[in-house]
Design a protein around this ligand. Sequence first.
Ligand code: F6P
Length: 319
Amino acid sequence: MKRIGIITSGGDAPGMNAAIRSVTRSAVVEGIEVYGFLRGFAGILDKEYKKLSYSDVGGIMERGGTILRTSRVPEFKVPEVRKKAADILKELGVDALVIIGGEGSLTGGKLLVEEQGIPVVGIPGSIDNDIAYTDMCIGVDTCLNTVIDAMQKLKDTASSHERAFIVEVMGRTSGYIALMAGLAVGAEAIIIPEVPIDYDSLAEKMWDERKRGKINSIVVVAEGSASAYTVARHLENKIGFETRITILGHVQRGGSPSAFDRILASRIGHEAVRTLLDGDYNVMIGLSRNDMARVSLEKVLSEKKSIDMNIVKLANVLS
Ligand code: F6P
């Protein structure tokens, strides 16, 4: 293996730079050249790349976002476009591609291997934590810290004004961010797509708490479940609290990565290169029982990651 390509693709996630650094340095010390393509699959199609040296990736671990930039490329669903990308990689002498991204990006990678024979290793990077066969994706921990920091601040003002805050968080179709952040701040209610919403019993519970003297209330809602506006409409006038809405939005994707994300990205990036050196590809590197796991992209993408219902129960007991 002489030269590998690396892309960050789809929604960015804190820790992607740490993964780029790890892949680059792990490859370079093995005598492998690294081409960093810009803006994900778009950079391959536009032949926009830069050769990354050991020192080029110095000082990037602590930076949020991705130095390679990223994009969503819907055209990659078209087989001819994937063929064009594969032809360009071959023309540039790129022997394998490391893809850091979420489900859509890994799907693009799987098709590049299956149809075009390009060796691909995937690195799960997404704040949503919705990828099967990895306990955590890169970026999730930092995102959760950002969310709980914001919610803690909302709790302060909620208490001062004796209000309820309906806080909408990201996660696409997954309730992971809402559930874990809600557990971590002791939210009164957590609304997630995996569990049907019962507005009446939720309103009743909040009303009871208000009567018992509670002076604030935080309801976390996952974007894949309902909008914060819909939840507020259902609860208004029934809970005894004046309500306010906060949609956290893209702030959840930014910021310097946490220690956990830096370490995870460094470990997975290194394992991705080791995997290629072993001649193993068409796999994603996941975290399983605190160890690195190589799982076929086929297996990863054929399963939907579910959330742990014991955590849902726990959050209910503790709230
Ligand atoms: O997949 C990451 C994510 O932040 C989701 O939680 C969210 O639904 C989506 O990306 C937002 O995408 P965009 O940045 O394209 O608006």
